[in-house]
Design a protein around this ligand. Sequence first.
Ligand code: 13P
Length: 249
Amino acid sequence: MTRRKYVVGNWKMNGLTAMLGEAKAIFAAAETHTSVDVALCPPFTLIGAMAAAAPGAAVGGQDCHASASGAFTGSVAARMLADAGARLVIVGHSERREGFGESDADVCAKAEAALAAGLSVILCVGEPRAVRESGGAIAYVLAQIAGSLPGEFDPARLAVAYEPIWAIGTGLVPTVADVADMHGAIRAKLNEQAGAGAASAMRLLYGGSVNGDNAAELLGAGDVDGALVGGASLTAAKFVPIVEAAASL
Ligand code: 13P
């Protein structure tokens, strides 16, 4: 099955309205690369404005609450994201798992809530440095998938992003062979857990220090269908070359 390339920017806690021009430039460039799906996930505060500034563009959230509404001060429900103009949401980012104590069960509940609200989901997994160094990275990531993948889902609306924690924002990247090994293992696990049809339709993204110079190599690795990009997604000058690299494959 042919899977369309998918390049997603995660702005994390960066971005004021002054940065909407970058988003517009990114989406305008993305339109010229019709073989690649491009999305940007700004902070909550910019979702509505970004969706309005770039009609038709895929704008997403970086997290959502698992409940539809209620007394959860400071949280945002999946259907609120959809109401603000979001089409997708990232769940289970390591900065949420580590910094906010989110468990696999929490991540699973968030993914289910997002899918029920009509959003697409990018479910993140990835190992810490010590686990990679001890040789346990694949087992660690497959256990995260076992615990956080929803039971039933539309595979076209659920992508998995492999983001080794030690590669995020550090300039360090795994070897292409290690990325291919991990993505192959994830695909095999999805096959076992969700069935062959779902596993072959789902997109697997690599994230962690992706930039215009390494994107073609990383995106060309076996079982890699796209990239989840942090720092290099904040400007068109840095992000568009990654989209171009995806389009060239
Ligand atoms: P960097 O691209 O800045 O390493 O961040 C990756 C990431 O965490 C995307 O979700």
